[in-house]
Design a protein around this ligand. Sequence first.
Ligand code: G3H
Length: 237
Amino acid sequence: MLLLISPINTQEAREAIAGGADIIDVKNPKEGSLGANFPWVIKNIREITPKDMQVSATLGDVPYKPGTVSLAAAGAVVSGADYIKVGLYGTKNYSEALEVMENVVKAVHEFNDDATIVASGYADAHRVGAVDPLEIPRVAADSGADLAMVDTAVKDGKTLFDFMDEEKISQFTTEIHDYGLKSALAGSVTKEQLPLLAELGCDVAGIRGAACIGGDRNSGHIHHEAVASLKQLVQSL
Ligand SMILES: O=C[C@H](O)COP(=O)(O)O
């Protein structure tokens, strides 16, 4: 299992790199669960990140606007991201989500054929009217993406497991593996939950809160010691 850590600026990115994160996921929590950051932040973080380490960028909790979202995807790739995450927030069903993802895949591949593309749904999709998370593996596979992910849309202390039980998570990871693709799981995941995530077939664990001092994704800051302790655990699994 790989450890994806979500910094908001270069200072936090340095901490995540020093702590041994596998993927540096540039994010802007002020704009939501998968909030997008600015192109210059992505560019600056790419510049300080070792070349063999992937830099991810979230495009936001995106609306059902395939043109807008594919333009954002192109912007993220041009800014240096080689791992593109799309939060399918404003898409209500499989066909809307597929339309957005197909256009993102096309836009990303115009600039970088090797980039990794992640279709992300939300475990608590019912709270915001988004597409059912169990549709995401099919959306990822049919659109040509590389990973299917779930996160939580509302960051109010509830975790992934408050909305998806072990059986549903397993169903999600098994389906995406059957397509020959990978799974990513997030949603206020704690260090203690990492062994269970690995057991349930998680290929990439996405974390911000648990990598921050005090464990708060908004008021805290990523610290290399917290990241190193997560990484040590992940490596032992
Ligand atoms: O991509 C993963 C997210 O950054 C997870 O953030 P969180 O651990 O604060 O829910």
